[in-house]
Design a protein around this ligand. Structure first.
Ligand code: CTP
Length: 410
C-alpha cells in the first residue's frame, strides 16, 4: 500500500513525522509531499530519512534532475495515479481553502486535484480560524466531495489559546487511514438505494405536514457507500443538505412520490436503505387555494402507503432491505416488533428521546437490530456511523442462524 502524506505549513507540521512512523508500522509505504510553508517548520530531510524516498516540495523539478524521484515529466499525475490514499496532516486553513476551491498552485494542491484516490484531511489551526465560517464552509464542501475529515481536538494551542484546533492525535489519523484503506472499494459492484429526509404532505399550496428529519444520516450513508465504491441512488425528500458528489440524486416531496421512485429503482439495487422519515398520514383532501383562518380547524388525515413493507413484498432473492425506526419509548422492543412486522432484514433503531443526538445533530447512536441480534453502535459522528452501519449491513450476507418467531422475544 502506498500512502502519500501531505504536510502543510502549520506548527503541527513536526507531528507529521510521528504520523509517518506510525503508518510505516502498518506496512505502508509512505511518501511525503510538503508545501513551501511546511518547509519553514520542518526540513524535508526529516521525512526523506524516515521514508527512504525523496520528498516532493515543488512542481518545478525537471525529471532529469537528481532531485526528481519519478521518471515521468508530469510528476503530480504520476504521483496521483500511484498513490492509494492522500492524507494531509496538518491541513492548514489555507490548504483547506485551496482544496475546496480547486486552486492548484503547488505540488500538493495539484496532486489533490489530479488523484482519484481517497483523501483524508486532519486540520490544525488557531481556534478562531477553525471556527471561521469560511473555514467551516470549506470543510463542509470537502466533506460533500467525500474527503474524510479527522476533526481537530480541543486543547491548548500553540498560539496560546485554548479551544478546538489542535491536530488530532496520531492514532486517530492512523485509524482513519486504515479504515479508508480497508474499506476501499469493498462495495464495488453494489448498487445501493438510500432514502433520506422527511417527506412533506401538502395541506394547501403553502402549508404541509412534515417532520424534524434533517436527512443527515441518509446523506452520510449515501456518501460513505459512494466512497466505498458502490453505485448510489439517493432518493431524497427536501433537506438543507448538499448532495454528495458522485451520487445519483432523485428529489421527491411527498410519500407517494417517494414510493413510486423507490419501487421503480429498487429493481436495480442490491441493497435498499430506508433512512427517510416518511409521513404515516397525509391530509385526506388538499385545499386548492390557501386556507383562510376561520376559527377551530379539524383536518382529516388518511394513512399513507408503507413503502418499506411494500418494498419487502417485492424483494428479489439476495436483495437486502434495511429500515430505520425512530422510537421515543421502549426502543428495542418497539424496534424489534417493527422489524418483524415489516419483514426487513434489519432495522437501524434511533432512540430519539436521548438528548444531543439524532434528528438535526451531526452525531448519533443507534442499535442495529436483526431478528436475532442487537448491536449497539455508540455515539459517534453520523459519517463514522454510516460506515459502521454499512459494515453491519454487509455482515447480513454472512450465514445467519435460522430462527423462529418465538425465539426472538426478549
Ligand atoms: N416507512 C415507509 N413508509 C411509511 C412509513 C415508514 O417506508 N409510510 C419506513 C421508514 O422509511 C423507516 C421505517 O419505515 O425505514 C420505519 O419508520 P417509522 O415511522 O418508525 O415506522 P412506522 O411503520 O411508521 O411505525 P410507527 O407506528 O412507529 O410510526
Amino acid at each position: 500500500m502506498k500512502v502519500t502524506v501531505g504536510v502543510s505549513g502549520g506548527i503541527a507540521a513536526y507531528k507529521a513525522a510521528e504520523l509517518v512512523r506510525a503508518l510505516q508500522q502498518h506496512a505502508i509505504d509512505v511518501h511525503v509531499v510538503m508545501t513551501e510553508a511546511a518547509m519553514q517548520f520542518v526540513q524535508p530531510l526529516t521525512f526523506a530519512s524516515l521514508t527512504g524516498h525523496k520528498v516532493i516540495t515543488t512542481l518545478w523539478v525537471a525529471p532529469e534532475s537528481p532531485d526528481s524521484n519519478l521518471d515521468s515529466a508530469i510528476e503530480h499525475i504520476e504521483a496521483a495515479q500511484t498513490t492509494d490514499l492522500l492524507v494531509v496532516a496538518p491541513a492548514t486553513a489555507n490548504i483547506l481553502a485551496k482544496f475546496a476551491h480547486g486552486i492548484a498552485d503547488d505540488f500538493l494542491t495539484t496532486l489533490y486535484l489530479a488523484t482519484t484516490a481517497p483523501v483524508i484531511v486532519a486540520p490544525a489551526m488557531n481556534v478562531n480560524m477553525w471556527q471561521h465560517p469560511a473555514t467551516q464552509a470549506n470543510v463542509e464542501s470537502l466533506a460533500a466531495r467525500n474527503v474524510r475529515i479527522v476533526p481537530p481536538e480541543v486543547g491548548y494551542l500553540a498560539c496560546g489559546m485554548t479551544g478546538s484546533g489542535r491536530l488530532a492525535d496520531t492514532p486517530a489519523i492512523v485509524e482513519a487511514v486504515l479504515d479508508v484503506l480497508q474499506h476501499r472499494n469493498d462495495l464495488a459492484g453494489e448498487t445501493i438505494l438510500v432514502t433520506a429526509g422527511g417527506t412533506r404532505e401538502a395541506l394547501d399550496p403553502v402549508r404541509f405536514l412534515g417532520n424534524r428529519s434533517s436527512g443527515k444520516m441518509g446523506y452520510a450513508l449515501a456518501e460513505a457507500a459512494e466512497r466505498r465504491g458502490a453505485r448510489v441512488v439517493l432518493v431524497t425528500a427536501p433537506t438543507a443538505l448538499r448532495p454528495p458528489a458522485g451520487v445519483e440524486v432523485i428529489s421527491v416531496i411527498n410519500t407517494e412520490q417517494m414510493r413510486e421512485v423507490v419501487l421503480n429503482r429498487m429493481r436495480e439495487a442490491s441493497i435498499v436503505i430506508k433512512a427517510a422519515a416518511v409521513a404515516d398520514y397525509r391530509p385526506a383532501k388538499q385545499a386548492e387555494q390557501k386556507m383562510k383562518r376561520s376559527g377551530p380547524l379539524t383536518i382529516e388525515l388518511e394513512p399513507t402507503e408503507d413503502i418499506l413493507a411494500e418494498a419487502v413484498s417485492r424483494r428479489r432473492p439476495g436483495q437486502l432491505i434495511v429500515g430505520f425506526a425512530a422510537e421515543t419509548q421502549d426502543a428495542v422492543a418497539h424496534g424489534r416488533a417493527k422489524l418483524m412486522r415489516k419483514g426487513a432484514d434489519a432495522i437501524v433503531l434511533n432512540d430519539v428521546s436521548r438528548e444531543g443526538i439524532g434528528f438535526d445533530s451531526d452525531r448519533n447512536a443507534v442499535t442495529f437490530l436483526t431478528p436475532t441480534t442487537a448491536v449497539e453502535l455508540p455515539e459517534m459522528s453520523k459519517r463514522d456511523l454510516a460506515d459502521r452501519i454499512l459494515g453491519e449491513i454487509l455482515g447480513l450476507r454472512r450465514p445467519q442462524k435460522v430462527i423462529t418467531e418465538s425465539s426472538v422475544i426478549e
